[in-house]
Design a protein around this ligand. Structure first.
Ligand SMILES: NC(=O)c1ccc[n+]([C@@H]2O[C@H](COP(=O)([O-])OP(=O)(O)OC[C@H]3O[C@@H](n4cnc5c(N)ncnc54)[C@H](O)[C@@H]3O)[C@@H](O)[C@H]2O)c1
Length: 262
């Protein structure tokens, strides 16, 4: 089966966390295939990121937005929909990771991670889903994590937030199935060359007194397939759920090289 990406021509795809890393690569792939891409991020670099895609012939727009600000998100989606029509695909890639011992994880940390990973996703879905419902057409792809399916030490807050994204995905998949919306999430393990892994690698190498290369080798050796996921692996899966996978909804897909299988 080859994915018919050209069906994205002229369709509105919104990607959060698109200033860099995984979100940027997804926006790029959408733009390369003719979608109208709106890139949202709290990082002002999002404007340059969108410009880069426009220079390569894509139709992309970068907007500065904090996904934790429910009112700002609602206003932004109103504007986007007024200008470009209903949202066809929404990818919620904005997220942060926190590694900290449970007893040192303050309420402030819990609230910050929850606000971005869970409420940020909720706000953006709320902004887009009405337009999808009216069309009886739409794809939502959320970013959970392997850490949302199985507990990992020092990751109580991150894991709990990603677990919430999985059940949010399932609940909305049930609720909106009658409108034929496909709502799924991805559960990657470590993604090579990504922002989250750069942060984790730095922390592990400081704590374990190992070089970043040694840390990478150590963690890769835990993966049955012996390699981390690439950003391309993730983007491929997002594309599958965007232009295919018509019978899939409420799924939380492991992209873990076999490290987690349930
Ligand atoms: N990289 C990994 O190894 C990995 C593994 C499993 C899951 N994930 C998940 O995949 C997603 C992407 O990961 P990544 O490595 O590309 O992350 P990243 O840190 O490189 O990029 C995340 C982006 O989200 C943006 N963002 C953060 N807070 C925001 C806010 N309040 N409003 C708007 N934008 C905000 C950041 O500015 C950044 O551009 C995240 O949700 C992450 O939790 C990543």
């Amino acid at each position: 089966m080859s994915l018919d990406m050209r069906q994205l021509e002229g369709k509105l795809c919104v990607v959060t966390g698109a200033a860099r890393s995984v979100g940027f690569d997804i926006a790029k792939r959408y733009a390369e295939n003719g979608a109208v891409v709106v890139m949202l991020d709290i990082n002002p670099q999002v404007a340059d990121a969108a410009q880069e895609l426009c220079r390569s012939g894509g139709h992309a727009e970068g907007c500065l937005l904090d996904v934790t600000d429910g009112q700002a998100v609602a206003r932004r989606f109103q504007t986007i929909i007024q200008e470009h029509g209903p949202v066809y695909a929404l990818v919620n890639a904005a997220g942060i990771m926190e590694i900290s011992p449970f007893e040192e994880t303050t309420d402030e940390i819990w609230k910050r991670v929850w606000e971005i990973n869970v409420m940020g996703t909720v706000h953006c879905i709320r902004g887009a889903i009405g337009s999808m419902r009216k069309q009886c057409r739409g794809k939502i792809i959320n970013f959970a994590s392997k850490a949302g399916k199985t507990g990992s030490k020092l990751m109580s807050v991150y894991g709990a937030s990603k677990g919430a994204v999985i059940t949010l995905t399932q609940a909305l998949a049930q609720e909106y199935a009658r409108y034929r919306l496909n709502i799924n999430c991805l559960c990657p393990d470590i993604i090579d060359d990504s922002g989250v892994w750069a942060q984790a690698n730095k922390m592990y190498s400081e704590n374990l007194h190992m070089s970043p290369e040694e840390v990478k080798e150590l963690y890769e050796s835990k993966v049955p397939l012996g390699r981390f996921a690439t950003k391309e692996d993730i983007t491929d899966m997002v594309c599958f759920y965007t232009v295919s996978g018509e019978d899939c909804t409420g799924q939380s897909i492991n992209i873990t090289g076999g490290r987690f299988m349930h």
